[in-house]
Design a protein around this ligand. Structure first.
Ligand SMILES: Cc1cc2nc3c(=O)[nH]c(=O)nc-3n(C[C@H](O)[C@H](O)[C@H](O)COP(=O)(O)OP(=O)(O)OC[C@H]3O[C@@H](n4cnc5c(N)ncnc54)[C@H](O)[C@@H]3O)c2cc1C
Length: 257
């Protein structure tokens, strides 16, 4: 049942973990933006620092949840995930206790439609993430096919505190060498050490700091459901259309909660 091993773990705060996992067999081909189920047994330990669980968890049951893959599909032997720990979350409170060498479950099925496949190659991309919602964009940005000729890519990442900007160095370096890329990190909590943009991503749309154009841009929204709904309302008011199974829209959404 457990078919993969944790090979690296990096803790950015007590609530945010980057996890690198090696499945026993290379995973099937996947597309940047897709997700996979990770799982641990109910008997897997939780850190003592977390509050005790209030719900009964069956020790032999596999607790499975969906996680977007952060790494590029060019590497199918090692997958990277960016996981937010919920102190009473059934799976993530157990993820909080993972160490290099620990076994876990990675589904062999990788799926999802939150990808660049339906986007014309000449369209610009505006990728907007709250919190761990940056995960699918990291896979896209780390993949050569995303960088079509003439396309501009803007990535907006809204987090609570500056230290939650886990990919800051990689993304600043990318912006420095790639003129077709703009990185806009924004911090919502009062964090004196943060010198950059402040406020919720919805505010960036309202104040015009972010002004996507429905004729040339496709907007991707990922993470917190409430923030996505607010941004969707603002974007549809500007002529954007939500993509669904039957409608070829230019707003694409992945809701985590
Ligand atoms: C397609 C998809 C991709 C996802 N990718 C990621 C990812 O890359 N990284 C990641 O951290 N999460 C991701 N998630 C969320 C993830 O699947 C779990 O829902 C989350 O990790 C909580 O699992 P849990 O078992 O710890 O909590 P649960 O025991 O399932 O939930 C506890 C409670 O918290 C609520 N809740 C669930 N998620 C959140 C949240 N993010 N913030 C606040 N409350 C929440 C639930 O509604 C529930 O009430 C993704 C979800 C989907 C649908």
């Amino acid at each position: 049942m457990l078919n993969a091993t944790v090979i690296r773990r990096s803790d950015l705060s007590s609530e945010l973990i980057i996890l690198s996992v090696r499945p026993d067999a290379a995973v099937k081909e996947f597309i940047p933006g897709q997700y996979v189920a990770l799982g641990l047994l109910g008997s897997a330990p939780r850190p003592d620092s977390l509050p005790p669980e209030t719900e009964i968890v069956v020790p032999n049951n596999l607790i499975k949840r969906a996680y977007s893959i952060c790494s590029s599909p060019s590497n199918r032997t090692e997958l990277e995930f960016y996981i937010g720990v919920l102190p009473l979350g059934a799976l993530t409170s157990r993820v909080a206790a993972l160490k290099p060498g620990t076994r876990l479950f990675v589904s062999t099925k990788i799926t999802g439609t939150f990808t660049l496949q339906p986007v014309p190659p000449q369209a610009n991309l505006v990728l907007i993430a709250t919190g761990t919602g940056i995960a699918p964009y990291m896979s896209m940005l780390r993949t050569a096919d995303t960088w079509t000729a003439g396309r501009h890519i803007t990535l907006v990442h809204s987090v609570r505190e500056g230290r939650d900007l886990v990919y800051l160095d990689e993304l600043r370096a990318l912006a420095a060498r790639q003129s077709a890329f703009t990185y806009v990190p924004t911090v919502t909590r009062d964090d004196a050490s943060w010198q950059g943009q402040r406020g919720r991503v919805q505010k960036l749309l309202e104040t015009g700091i972010l002004a996507p154009d429905p004729l040339h841009d496709h907007v991707f929204l990922c993470g917190n459901s409430q923030a996505i709904s607010e941004m969707e309302a603002s974007l549809t008011g500007r002529g954007f259309v939500l993509r669904t199974k039957t409608i070829q829209g230019n707003i694409h959404e992945e809701r985590y909660d």
